[in-house]
Design a protein around this ligand. Structure first.
Ligand code: IPD
Ligand code: CA
Ligand code: CA
Length: 265
């Protein structure tokens, strides 16, 4: 498999998609809702997904695509090469703030991450990783992550999980929030994983994400020595929705053992 060629294309298409998003800023967005009034999608989410799919299918007809907006393939098993794409992660931010969103792309072979891209379009920060070769920001190698202590840790999580909700006993989150140095909530899983990778936060927790949300970012975190699992400490299968817990080495184990062990995640 010519992974260098695939990587060149992944980079080229991600940059081109970023340019398209940037030039949409002074145009009127068409905003629609999906599963509920706060689940938003725009014409740009759809256009960017279709752009990637056209390029991928033309260049690599035997590859499959799992895209959030549903223009790709239905993936039932992890076989062959699958491109996992979230054309805009953080759509609510994209609409309301025109910042704090990213393009997220992971290329997987038989369920193993090979290439990950997360593009913070507004800051022109292109993060990428190639399995076994490290992770980079705009082509510059990123340093490996160091261990962190709970009392000095900033944890990214969504306030949904700290108030009463249908998925978990929110009381289990209280000690975690209390003992950390601080918490943050950015509303974009892909960038929150990048913030773990770059040490801007020390851990990120979400109770429910889809593979396209984390396929790109997870590989980047892991290439830098961070740990990414579900909240049960198990491997993510990149097929179904699951909880996601990414953290610096050491801190991952501490949080799992001390704070998350009683949850039915
Ligand atoms: C969402 C964001 C958000 C996370 C949600 C995702 P979207 O993605 O990553 O931070 O909490 O679970 O669905 O819908 O903006 O692509
Ligand atoms: Ca997303
Ligand atoms: Ca999205």
């Amino acid at each position: 498999m010519d992974w260098e060629r695939i990587d060149r294309h992944a980079k080229q298409w991600t940059e081109e998609a970023g340019n398209r998003i940037r030039s949409s800023f002074d145009k009127t967005l068409n905003v629609q809702t999906k599963s509920n009034p706060n689940d938003l999608v725009t014409n740009m989410d759809k256009e960017i997904e279709q752009f990637f799919i056209t390029q991928i299918k033309k260049t690599y007809p035997d590859h499959q695509i799992l895209g959030e907006e549903g223009y790709g393939d239905e993936i039932k098993e992890q076989k062959g090469i699958v491109w996992m794409l979230d054309p805009i992660d953080g759509t609510m931010n994209f609409i309301h703030q025109q910042r704090n969103f990213a393009i997220s792309l992971g290329v997987y072979e038989d369920g193993i991450g090979k290439i990950g891209y997360v593009y913070d379009v507004v800051h022109n920060e292109l993060y990428h990783a190639i399995k076994g070769k490290g992770a980079f920001l705009n082509g510059k190698r990123l340093p490996m992550l160091k261990e962190a202590k709970m009392e000095e840790a900033i944890i990214a999580l969504n306030a949904t999980w700290v108030v009463e909700n249908k998925r978990i006993d929110h009381n289990l989150m209280i000690p975690l929030v209390r003992d950390a140095r601080g918490t943050r909530s950015y509303g974009t899983a892909a960038l929150e994983l990048i913030y773990v990778a770059t040490g801007r936060v020390d851990a990120y927790i979400s109770l429910r994400l889809a593979p396209w949300d984390y396929a790109g970012g997870a590989l980047i975190v892991e290439e830098l020595g961070g740990v990414v699992t579900n909240l049960r400490g198990g491997k993510l299968d990149f097929l179904s929705k699951d909880s996601v817990f990414a953290a610096k080495p050491g801190l991952h184990e501490t949080i799992l053992k001390k704070y998350l062990k009683d949850g039915k995640w």
